[in-house]
Design a protein around this ligand. Structure first.
Ligand SMILES: [Zn+2]
Length: 321
C-alpha cells in the first residue's frame, strides 16, 4: 500500500449486466474520469459477449493512454456464479456464461493484471467504501431488483464464501406456505419481496393482465396514494423484507444495511415502514442504520475498480478510516 498514489494511474472497470455494460476509467481515489455504456446483446451468445468485453476494455485502456493516463489494472464484474480466485465466470442465467475464464482472457488481450468479481459483491464493496456505508466498517448491502442478493462487507472486503455463493439472502425462507421461488422452493424472501414478485402479486390480486403489468414502483405509488390493495401488497413485501433483514442482522451484526437495486428507488416509501418493521423484530440485537444506496448504477463499476486496485496493492489513503 502506497501513500503516494500516482494521479495518472487508472483502472479499466466494467460492470457487465444482462442488457448493458457500464464501463469506466477510475482513479485510485475512486474518482471516475471517463464512462462508457455498451449494449451486452446477450442473445448473440457468450463468445460474442466476451469479444465485446475484451474490445471495450482494450479501447478504454487505449483512450487512457491517449489522455496521458496509465492503466494499471482491469476489474470486471459479472452476474451469476463467479469464481473470483480462478477468475472464471462459472454460470450466468442472463448473460449465458458457462465456465468462461474471463480473467485469463483479459490478461492475454490487455497485458494488465485483471480481477473478476461478482456484480452484487462489488456493488456492496463500493457502497461500503465510497457510498452510503462509508466509514461504518460492517455493512450489509442488499440489492433488490428482479431477485434479492446481498454482500457482507467487513473493513472493506466482501465475503465470497467457501463455494463462491455468499450473500444469497433472497433465498432465506420467510413464508413456508408462500409462492414458489425461482430456485424451486416455496416461500423464499425474493419470491415475496423482490420488485418482480411485488408486481406479480399485485397483478394476481387486482386481476391486471399480462398486457398491462404493474411495476413495484407503481405499487408503491398507489399504496402511498391510499389504494388499499396496493397498500396491502406493499406491506406484505415490507414485512417479508424485515424478516429477511432481521435474520441478516442476527447473523452479521452490521452497523449499516444499505438497500440498493430498483426497489430502493422507492426511497422513504420503502425505508420508513421497513425501519419500523425491522425495529419491531429487534430484541437484544443492536439495530442497524437502514439507508438507501448512494452510488446508483455506478456502484458495480466502482466496485470492480476497487477490487482490481486491492489486487495490485493500491489503496488510496482517503479511504482509510
Ligand atoms: Zn429461493
Amino acid at each position: 500500500m502506497s501513500d503516494a498514489v500516482d494521479a495518472h494511474q487508472v483502472v479499466v472497470a466494467l460492470d457487465v449486466g444482462g442488457t448493458g455494460m457500464k464501463c469506466a476509467l477510475v482513479r485510485p481515489d475512486g474518482v471516475t474520469v471517463r464512462t462508457e455504456r455498451h449494449p451486452t446483446n446477450a442473445s448473440r451468445g457468450p463468445t460474442a459477449v466476451v469479444g465485446t468485453i475484451l474490445d471495450v476494455a482494450e479501447g478504454l485502456a487505449e483512450k487512457a493512454r491517449a489522455d496521458g493516463l496509465t492503466p494499471i489494472a482491469v476489474g470486471i464484474a459479472v452476474p451469476g456464479v463467479v469464481d473470483e480466485a480462478r477468475g472464471v465466470a462459472v454460470w450466468s442465467a442472463n448473460v449465458g456464461f458457462r465456465d468462461v475464464p474471463l480473467r485469463d482472457l483479459a490478461v492475454r488481450r490487455l497485458g494488465l493484471p485483471t480481477t473478476l468479481g461478482h456484480d452484487v459483491r462489488v456493488g456492496g464493496l463500493a457502497e461500503a467504501r465510497l457510498g452510503a456505508g462509508r466509514g461504518t466498517g460492517h455493512v450489509l448491502f442488499v440489492a433488490i431488483g428482479t431477485g434479492i442478493a446481498a454482500a457482507h462487507v467487513v473493513d472493506g472486503r466482501a465475503a465470497v464464501g467457501a463455494h463462491d455463493a455468499a450473500g444469497e439472502i433472497g433465498h432465506i425462507l420467510v413464508r413456508p406456505d408462500g409462492p414458489r421461488c425461482g430456485c424451486g422452493r416455496p416461500g423464499c424472501l425474493e419470491a415475496i419481496a423482490s420488485a418482480s414478485a411485488i408486481g406479480r402479486r399485485y397483478a394476481e390480486l387486482s386481476g391486471a393482465t399480462a398486457d398491462a403489468p404493474v411495476t413495484a414502483a407503481e405499487v408503491a405509488e398507489r399504496a402511498a396514494a391510499g389504494e388499499p390493495l396496493a397498500g396491502e401488497v406493499w406491506q406484505e413485501a415490507v414485512e417479508a423484507l424485515a424478516d429477511g433483514l432481521a435474520t441478516g442482522q442476527a447473523l452479521y451484526d452490521v452497523a449499516t444495511i444499505v438497500l440498493g437495486g430498483g426497489l430502493a428507488q422507492a426511497g422513504d416509501r420503502l425505508l420508513t415502514p421497513l425501519r419500523a418493521a425491522l425495529h419491531e423484530r429487534m430484541t437484544f440485537h443492536r439495530e442497524p442504520r437502514l439507508v438507501a444506496a448512494a452510488l446508483g448504477d455506478e456502484a458495480g463499476c466502482l466496485g470492480a475498480a476497487l477490487l482490481a486496485l486491492d489486487a495490485v496493492g493500491v489503496r488510496d489513503h482517503q479511504e482509510k478510516r
